[in-house]
Design a protein around this ligand. Sequence first.
Ligand SMILES: NC(=O)c1ccc[n+]([C@@H]2O[C@H](COP(=O)([O-])OP(=O)(O)OC[C@H]3O[C@@H](n4cnc5c(N)ncnc54)[C@H](O)[C@@H]3O)[C@@H](O)[C@H]2O)c1
Length: 284
Amino acid sequence: MLPSGSMAAALQFLQTLGALCALCGKSVSLVAKPMFNLSNRRALVTGGAGGIGQAVGAALARQGAAVALLDVDQTRVEAAAAALAENGATALALQADVSDGAAVAAAVQHMVAAWGGVDVLVNAAAVLSRAWFRELSVAEWERVLAINLSSVFHTCQAVLNHMVEQRHGRIINIASVAAKRGGGLLGSAAYATSKAGVIGLTKALAREFAPHGITANAICPGPIDTPLIATMSAEQRGRIFAMLPIQRLGSPAEVAAAVVYLASDEAAFVTGDVLDVDGGLTMD
Ligand SMILES: NC(=O)c1ccc[n+]([C@@H]2O[C@H](COP(=O)([O-])OP(=O)(O)OC[C@H]3O[C@@H](n4cnc5c(N)ncnc54)[C@H](O)[C@@H]3O)[C@@H](O)[C@H]2O)c1
């Protein structure tokens, strides 16, 4: 509740604004319109059973989107979708390995058959790989690139025809600060390379699909408090804290908030961007 003096001043300001707009011939509505409204949007979130994926699913659902969570782990993805549905969301669990193009295409087909289309794609499925370069086997290199990078190719191939037909779409790829910092504590050469590739693909998609009303953006989280980070030693975590201007881990909800913004109509003019959600870790 505003003090009565402040309320009067605010009302006077709004009246003056209205008068000015009338003078310059533009009308302005003073009725608050909820921002980031995603009702009537259908979202697909890969890695939907993971720390960030679950938070993204919940945040999109809170804004009104129907949310399909896709993950390789059937038990956990079903539990995550059930939790959304218990809270009143329209939710779907899809089990697929994102490195398998045919499995991804079948999962997207299932979603489209159920809901008629897909408006928002969030690629959050990934694996961390810690092998230093001289210990990095060809098999590990290919596994990481297949799950972290080729997965984005597969999901985008599966959704883009639908988005082009709808003349609307939002692609949001979760990359990592490791793409900019050469991995280091936050990942190996394979992980850093896969995430740098995600950024490159995001920009190529942004350019190619902008004329179709489709935006593509990447988010680079810094260290976020999820099971992925929990596997690090106390010493590694301590070194990460020391590097962060904001001296704490980020939360999955803070990454999810950035996803909600990029998924919204309010972000229609933002494409090909790389949004850092990293506590200041990579600021220039
Ligand atoms: N946690 C962090 O600090 C951090 C920092 C930067 C970037 N990221 C990125 O954020 C995203 C989410 O990470 P998280 O911390 O939630 O990790 P997480 O391990 O909690 O979640 C990843 C999810 O991806 C799923 N997954 C793994 N391989 C898969 C496959 N082949 N097919 C389908 N699903 C598969 C897992 O089952 C898991 O549910 C990842 O892309 C990660 O690289 C995380």
